[in-house]
Design a protein around this ligand. Structure first.
Ligand code: AMP
Ligand code: ZN
Length: 497
């Protein structure tokens, strides 16, 4: 079934076909490694992952390039402040990002490329633009893109820049959304900040050039797909188009697909609002990676995802429901034979799952198709209507589902463990709501003795402080983890259920 996607460039849902047989050449803008990735970033990376997996399930081969932005204004400034090199500064965050990808079960793109390893290519690209009259050198040695020479500027973001100031320049990486200015391709060195020596002189790349250069170098002049979050449409992707198409004279990407920005508890995520969560923050607050992945994947990429803790809880129970259903199929006792009604349910779920994902990657409808099947099969099983031969096709639907959503295998425990170890090493546990024990509390099968002791001590402290709300909450948490607490005249005792 043909995949249809919303192409930001044409502003329409279009049928997607790669240029070449079954190979999809795609590029997605990766992380800027100046800090730990937050849940908004991962909303977009999970969308890219779901698209990757569905393309593969549909029979395509992928050549997917993702960049690591390991040089930009913020990185250079922070590295200079800390007195370390750019490489030293970014190493830790790049490593953390790769671990976070594993935490969320994100597939690794075929190629991950660093901006700093492609700087000579960027210089050559800029020299090519200068030769064609699209780039000019300022007195200080910086290079700018002459947007007046590229009349199609604005075609992606649908902005009308008629009447813009010719020759006005902007040299910061992130700028005002309505500003049509000649943007920096290359920036002259600033005192005390990192620079590179290249064929076009000393300096550092502007933010946008890296993607034009690395996309072309590793995927060719015209990509099948270019992906990112919607904030990148302008200026980043608009500028990529200008740079690439000015140089090659060919379309840069056939499909531009953007994920809508995520909100947290109905608001734009920001540190000042206190609603800014890294992936690691969420895990340390006791949320399983599988619940986070499920929640981020469950809202179709073009719909606004409002990330809430209530939603996370629901996601966790949806995952549990699916895992229980799978267990029931695998371990339940079913009479021999087959029931055509069940075969039909599996068939419908299978077809609906594919059709809804092919329809602009409607993950919400795809999940609904699976849950309809789960509900009806559970009811049929309760009534003794499911037969042995019905099981394989039902399990096949779950396999098809999990090739995309990847939440059925329980791989949470070691991932949580790794984040706990990291937090302890970094001394980050103080910020965690209930400390180590709280996180263990979510892993009911794995709550350690030490975790229980810690929680009991916390509960005692709360009681002494006459904070009965807190002490009751801890007791409930322990109960949920299968721990029975008894207050005796000799003190508190506990045992496992
Ligand atoms: P950055 O690390 O800032 O370069 O961003 C990496 C990716 O995360 C980009 O594709 C951004 O568009 C995306 N992104 C950043 N914030 C959000 C958000 N709140 N919701 C969705 N995507 C986001
Ligand atoms: Zn980019």
């Amino acid at each position: 079934m043909a995949l249809r996607l919303f192409n930001t460039l044409s502003a329409k849902v279009e049928e997607f076909q790669p240029q070449q047989d079954h190979l999809v050449r795609m590029y997605s803008c990766g992380p800027t490694v100046y800090d730990y990735g937050h849940v908004g970033n991962f909303r977009t990376f999970v969308f890219v992952d779901i698209l990757r997996r569905f393309l593969q399930q549909s029979g395509y081969e992928l050549k997917h390039v993702m960049n690591i932005t390991d040089v930009d204004d913020k990185i250079i400034r922070n590295a200079a402040k800390q007195g370390v090199t750019v490489g030293e500064y970014t190493k830790k965050y790049e490593q953390a990002f790769r671990e976070d990808m594993q935490t969320l079960s994100l597939e690794t793109p075929e190629l991950i490329v660093r901006a700093t390893e492609n700087i000579p290519d960027m210089a050559a690209f800029i020299a090519g633009l200068e030769q064609k009259g699209y780039a000019y050198r300022a007195d200080d040695g910086s290079y700018y893109f002459r947007i007046a020479k590229f009349p199609e500027y604005g075609k992606l973001s649908k902005k009308d820049f008629a009447g813009m100031e010719v020759g006005a320049r902007v040299d910061v990486d992130e700028y005002d959304k309505d500003n049509a200015r000649d943007f920096a391709l290359w920036k002259a060195p600033k005192p005390g900040e990192a620079w590179w020596d290249t064929a076009i002189g000393a300096g550092r790349p502007g933010w946008h050039i890296e993607c034009s250069v690395m996309a072309r170098k590793f995927l060719g002049d015209t990509l099948d797909m270019h992906l990112g979050g919607e904030d990148l449409i302008f200026p980043h992707h608009e500028n990529e188009i200008a740079q690439s198409e000015a140089l090659t004279g060919k379309p840069f990407a056939r499909f531009w697909v953007h994920a809508r920005f995520l909100l947290v508890e109905g608001e734009k995520m920001s540190k000042s609002l206190g609603n800014f969560y890294t992936l690691r923050d969420l895990v340390l607050k006791g949320h399983k990676p599988s619940s986070i992945r499920y929640l981020l994947a469950s809202v179709p990429y073009r719909r606004q995802l409002n990330f809430t803790f209530g939603g996370l809880k629901q996601a966790a129970s949806s995952v549990e429901r699916l895992r229980n259903f799978k267990l029931r199929l695998e371990t339940g006792h079913f009479e021999p034979g087959s029931n055509p009604k069940i075969a039909a349910l599996a068939q419908t779920a299978r077809e609906c799952f594919t059709a809804t994902l092919a329809d602009d990657l409607n993950t919400a409808e795809a999940l609904a198709a699976v849950f309809d099947m789960v509900r009806e099969v559970n009811a049929a099983a309760d009534a003794g209507e499911v037969r042995k031969n019905d099981i394989p096709p039902l399990l096949a639907v779950l396999t098809q589902f999990d090739q995309i959503f990847d939440v059925l295998r329980d791989t949470d425990a070691p991932k949580i463990e790794r984040i706990l170890e990291w937090a302890q090493k970094e001394g980050n546990l103080d910020g965690v709501s209930n400390g180590r024990a709280d996180v263990y509390g979510t892993l009911t099968s794995k709550v350690s003795d030490q975790g229980v002791e810690e929680l009991i001590a916390k509960r005692e402290a709360a009681r002494r402080a006459r904070d009965f709300k807190a002490s009751d909450a801890i007791r409930a948490q322990l109960a949920e983890a299968g721990i029975i607490v008894e207050d005796t005249k000799d003190g508190v005792r506990w045992k496992r259920k």
